[in-house]
Design a protein. Structure first.
Length: 271
């Protein structure tokens, strides 16, 4: 089955408004009245929880690629952390990423890097995506799970609930830094995997697309920047394949493995 494409996709105004509001909210972090080291600490902690444990470890390596297995309670916890990143629900995140791998840097790729840096970084989310109708076909393994259904249907309310908790704990500085600044920061760090690591860096493998290994993206997104390695061996739990390719998420998987919480860990077989 092919995904129909359009040369002039329609703008998604609700997405545009959503991103504009978040970015404006993040700018309030620049006001001295909203600054405190405690608020910055909350943002950094949630950056790790949502971007590291949630998106990178949970949504990506565990749920999308099934690079390892965990007890169901831990899988649900990591998926919850990914939902807190507010990058859509698990169905659309997982489905779009699986479609990306199937059609990487082709017209049917939702964020085809051949359409330019802006498109692959953010522009594709501001337009109707032909791939959206295909997401259910790529998420059948989680579609009937009531926990994933809850996370998908309530990811905005979950973010609002977190905002209320932060407001009660530390007032508006906690909300500005812990919600707006943190969400926008994690957004752009994650999006660099779609844009920068299909443009900058080096290639260790012939993967049939434009994917690259980019060290500075790897540092920002807990090891995801070794993207050419990942596209060559997409089911490998380890993305930093060389000793100097630092992969914090792989270290986390090793820790979970040592604790008996990660099993069936998939790795590249070296000849």
């Amino acid at each position: 089955m092919t995904i129909a494409t359009s040369t002039k996709p329609r703008l998604k105004w609700y997405n545009i408004l959503f991103f504009v509001v978040l970015h404006i909210g993040a700018m309030f972090a620049l006001l001295p009245s909203n600054f405190s080291w405690a608020a910055v600490g909350v943002a950094l902690f949630l950056y790790w929880v949502t971007g590291g444990l949630g998106i990178t470890l949970g949504f990506h390596r565990l749920v999308t690629h099934r690079s390892f297995q965990t007890p169901k309670w831990l899988e649900y916890f990591l998926a919850f952390c990914g939902t807190l990143a507010c990058q859509g629900g698990p169905f659309e995140w997982v489905g779009n990423h699986r479609i990306h791998h199937l059609h990487s840097d082709q017209d049917a790729d939702p964020h085809d890097s051949n359409k330019g840096f802006w498109w692959s970084h953010m522009g594709w989310m501001l337009h109707d995506s032909p791939a959206a109708s295909e997401v259910p076909r790529f998420t059948k393994d989680i579609a009937d799970d009531p926990v994933y259904q809850f996370l998908q249907n309530n990811y905005i309310l979950i973010q609002v609930a977190l905002g209320v908790v932060l407001l009660l704990l530390g007032g508006w500085p906690f909300v500005v830094w812990g919600i707006f600044a943190r969400v926008v920061w994690v957004y752009h760090c994650t999006w660099l995997v779609n844009s920068a690591t299909h443009k900058f860096g080096y290639r260790s493998h012939e993967s049939g697309d434009n994917s690259t290994n980019c060290w500075w993206v790897a540092l920002l997104v807990f090891g995801e920047g070794w993207h050419n390695n990942h596209h060559a061996y997409q089911y490998s739990a380890r993305h930093g394949l060389q000793w100097w390719e630092i992969d914090l998420t792989w270290m986390t998987i090793q820790l979970l493995q040592a604790l008996g919480l990660a099993t069936n860990v998939k790795l590249v077989e070296k000849s």
